[in-house]
Write a protein that binds this ligand. Structure first.
Ligand SMILES: [Zn+2]
Length: 274
């Protein structure tokens, strides 16, 4: 399948209509959605983040099409990871930690995720502006400082079988993505949010320490909220990305980067064992 994509970082609206997903499946543009729960944010009149329970419920309606990622509660221990796995979650979403991602207090969580073969998507770098009152716990970090991309290195080193995904580009520490991708075979980038296009163009041509092209380590994502209305904005973004690879890529050595980036890398990552 060539004209398809996997959205490796997507969200669900709490007021979603399941028929929207039926329509998306029928459109045939998006082959799979990795839906991440967002329990760190309070629901407001304008913002409707789905809970773990709602993400799971949607995934059960559309198995194979929706892969559910449960939100890690930084106050809870590794037993929550086991519970999320037993409930049917495929992976985990890490965002807004109270301490730095690489704080040793969090390592039992990562150890359990590795043991249960649950990938973790870590939001890295820039974060949407939110006031303390809009967070479900006032001690959750409000800025990007506790989510530096390089914090994932010690986690990748300690848990070499854990599947680690850099969510976003890690702005303002974009180049820290490079080092993690270069060194650690179990790290992938899910590219969305504030995209540093210059960085992307330069780095798709790079290679890792073991010689893997960087364009085999990066994955498409929209970071959009699904579930209400047509995903026109996402479809436009997908068309744009394909054009980006066709037109900008014609002057680079990106090889089969378009299909790798849009879906192939995500498909392989799911099957890979590190
Ligand atoms: Zn997101």
């Amino acid at each position: 399948m060539t004209e398809c994509c996997i959205d490796t970082h997507a969200h669900l609206r709490s007021d979603y209509d399941p028929r929207v997903f039926e329509k998306i499946q029928a459109d045939g543009i998006i082959k799979q959605l990795w839906l991440l729960a967002h329990e760190c944010h309070v629901e407001t009149a304008a913002y409707h983040p789905a809970t773990n329970k709602q993400v799971l419920e949607a995934a059960k309606l559309f198995p194979e099409f929706i892969l559910p990622f449960g939100y890690i509660n930084w106050r809870k221990g590794p037993e929550q990871i086991e519970e999320l796995k037993n409930n049917g979650f495929f992976g985990l979403k890490a965002i807004r930690p109270i301490h730095n991602y690489n704080d040793l207090r969090y390592f039992p969580l990562y150890e359990m995720a590795e043991k249960l073969d649950m990938p973790i998507l870590f939001h890295v770098g820039i974060i949407a502006r939110r006031r303390r009152e809009e967070l479900t716990d006032p001690e959750l970090c409000a800025g990007p400082d506790k989510m530096r991309p390089s914090f994932l290195d010690s986690i990748a080193a300690a848990f070499p079988k854990l599947k680690i995904i850099q969510g976003h580009m890690g702005v303002p520490w974009c180049n820290e993505l490079f080092e993690s991708l270069w060194y650690y075979s179990n790290v992938r980038a899910s590219v969305s949010g504030l995209i540093d296009w210059k960085w992307l163009m330069e780095n798709l041509d790079c290679r890792t320490e073991s010689g893997v092209p960087f364009h085999r380590k990066m994955m498409y994502s929209s970071d959009s909220y699904y579930g209400v209305g047509e995903p026109e904005y996402v479809y436009r973004g997908i068309t744009f990305m394909r054009e980006f690879f066709d037109r900008v890529g014609m002057t680079y050595n990106w090889g089969n980067a378009k299909e790798d980036f849009m879906h192939g890398n995500a498909e392989r990552f799911l099957l890979e064992k590190f």
